[in-house]
Write a new protein. Structure first.
Ligand code: PLP
Lengths: 414, 155
């Protein structure tokens, strides 16, 4: 492939043991990284080594391995901070259970402290439920207004009335990349416009961080959430990044051990910094795995990763159009720099569930359904799509198998 | 591949492409909706029972070939049957998909052998057994029917 010469696909693939497994006697074609990306052996090994050589609970242990566990856990914050372009990861990176919990934290902590009846926040119609339901739950308690950015026929954000929507709003919380459409939203300009209107901006970077350089300083955002298991790290850990001055002013979310400075019979004093939001024993092994995932992606270079996936997405979009014309539809923008590697396929007369089932027999892993974005699906007028999503280990050969399997699907139901 | 052909038998594809008893009935017919939140399958069942017999049945909704063909096959199978026969068919159908009555299993009851013949065309759906995720698709209309029968006004 042109333009991706620095990216050694064969070498990358060797790092992912699962890719050498067979599925129904065929080479596994993993096209579900949008749901969860496979972990490279570097991540798996880092976690196993930690558990075999170091494991202990973090904070307050004075013996050597406990100190080492604490050091590794805190190092993960720094690694994530650096990866996101934050000046001080140790003050700005909170570990949660997943991206969803990061949004719940944001809503219950920042939202509860800052939103009142009469206030407004702005979301978009292309949000994952993770960035909708926590706000709706809070709305039930506090009674503020939720305003919605609509979607154009090109499957991009309809920004024609953005000034109106932002007028008087306290927060714009929006996805950086749609997990259904592959639309890459213009975060820099959205941040500028939110700030100009006096609102803060939170971004759902679950589908952005694994695929392109994301720099919170350059983007000038206030909050960012993502799930490490979508960026080749482990499940069980999530990240909320927040500007330090905002984080320091936020009240705790979950209560218990670890998040306090002092507890007395008549009350408690919360800890400072990210620890204030980390009640109970945190995901330590997972933080070690996350560090390894960060190092892995840094060694590939996020620019190279982005270029590789961009070229692959262009290849896929043009190949599918050439092979199938209008007999399959893709829910998403046309090719271009703001088009990520998410292909939401619909075929007239064949349900997504059936498409995915037949693809499976070709070793092709895609996901049918509403992808936790029901308001978006209603807007699109479909009840399910079969979604193929790319990761660093995918190549044009994967697209070719997808095409073969889609031909078979259409033949079977035709 | 053999499993796949078992799943997508010609009868199933036929009922998916040309669903029988499509539509909705007005009251006094009972109307019940069933959802499979996993994949968004939806079934709207209209059931008209007169003198203990399924006088008419209509199916609406949308979803995958398995859920929709199962609804279509079911509607054809229960039309004209008594409520008791319809309930029996639900039990037999679920047994075919290895979904015994949990209570019966707990009591250590011997499973009743499934008489596939008694299922007629419905037996075409037995290929679903090999695809555990799809069992919910196949049973959606039957669970909806069970609910509809429970909601019938006592006569
Ligand atoms: C855009 C987006 N936001 C949020 C999430 C939620 O991630 P998780 O389920 O790991 O909390 C996902 C993934 O499912 C996603 O694609």
């Amino acid at each position: 492939m042109e333009g991706v010469t620095e990216f050694d696909l064969a070498a990358v693939r060797r790092d992912f043991p699962l890719l050498s497994k067979q599925l129904h006697g065929r080479r596994i074609v993993y096209l579900d990284s949008g749901a969860s990306a496979l972990p490279p052996h570097q991540v798996v090994t880092a976690m196993a080594t930690y558990q075999e050589t170091t494991h202990a609970n973090v904070h307050r242990g004075v013996y050597g391995t406990a100190e080492e566990a604490t050091r590794l856990y805190e190092l993960a914050r720094k690694d994530v901070g650096r990866f996101l372009g934050s000046k001080s990861g140790q003050d700005e990176v909170v570990f949660t259970k997943n991206c969803t919990e990061a949004f719940n934290l944001l809503a219950r902590s920042w939202g509860r402290a800052n939103l009142r009846a009469g206030d407004a926040i702005v979301l978009s119609e292309m949000e994952h439920h993770a960035n909708i339901v926590p706000w709706q739950q809070l709305q039930e308690m506090l009674g503020f207004e939720i305003r919605w950015i609509g979607i154009t026929e090109e499957r991009t954000l309809d920004l024609s009335n953005l000034d109106e929507l932002l007028d008087g709003a306290k927060l714009l919380s929006i996805t950086a990349t749609s997990n259904v459409l592959g639309t890459v939203n213009p975060i820099t300009s959205l941040a500028e416009r939110a700030h100009a209107a006096g609102a803060l901006i939170a971004i759902d970077a679950a589908q952005a961080v694994p695929h392109a350089p994301v720099d919170v300083t350059a983007l000038d955002v206030d909050f960012l959430a993502f799930s490490p298991h979508k960026m080749y790290g482990p499940t069980g850990i999530g990240v909320l990044w927040a500007r330090a001055e905002l984080l320091n002013a936020m009240p705790p979310f979950l209560g218990g051990g670890g998040m306090i400075k002092d507890v007395r019979l008549d009350g408690f004093i919360p800890a400072d910094g990210p620890q204030r939001f980390e009640a109970g024993t945190p995901p330590i092994t997972e933080a070690v795995g996350l560090s390894a995932a960060v190092h892995y992606l840094e060694s590939l270079g996020m620019e190279a990763v982005h270029e590789h996936e961009r070229a692959l997405t262009s290849y896929a979009l043009s190949t599918l159009a050439a092979e199938f014309g209008s007999s399959i539809s893709l829910q998403g923008p046309t090719d271009g720099p703001l088009r990520a590697g998410v292909l939401s396929i619909t075929i007239d007369g064949i349900h997504a569930h059936d498409v995915a089932q037949i693809l499976d027999t070709y070793g092709v892993c895609v996901r049918p359904g509403h992808h936790c974005a029901k308001p978006l699906m209603r807007r699109l007028g479909v009840n399910a799509t079969a979604r193929a999503s790319f990761g660093i280990y995918n190549g044009t050969d994967d697209v070719d198998v997808l095409v073969e399997a889609l031909h078979a699907t259409i033949k079977m139901f035709g | 591949m053999a499993d796949l052909e078992e799943l997508y038998r010609e009868i199933i594809l036929d009922h998916y492409r040309n669903p029988r008893n499509r539509g909705e009935l007005q009251p006094p017919a009972v109307r019940v909706e069933g959802f499979n939140p996993l994949c968004g399958d939806e079934i709207v069942l209209s059931l008209l029972v007169e003198d203990g017999t399924v006088a008419d049945v209509k199916i609406a909704g949308s979803g995958c070939s398995i859920s929709q063909s199962s609804g279509s096959l079911m509607s054809a199978a229960i039309k004209g049957k008594t409520v008791e026969q319809a309930r029996g068919l639900i039990a037999t159908f679920k047994q075919m998909l290895s979904l015994g009555d949990d209570d019966a299993i707990e009591e250590g009851a011997e499973p009743v052998p499934v008489n596939l013949r008694s299922l007629g065309e419905l037996a075409a759906l037995q290929g679903v057994v090999k695809f555990p995720v799809r069992i919910k698709c196949a049973t959606l209309s039957w669970n909806t029917l069970a609910q509809g029968l429970d909601e019938l006004p006592a006569s």
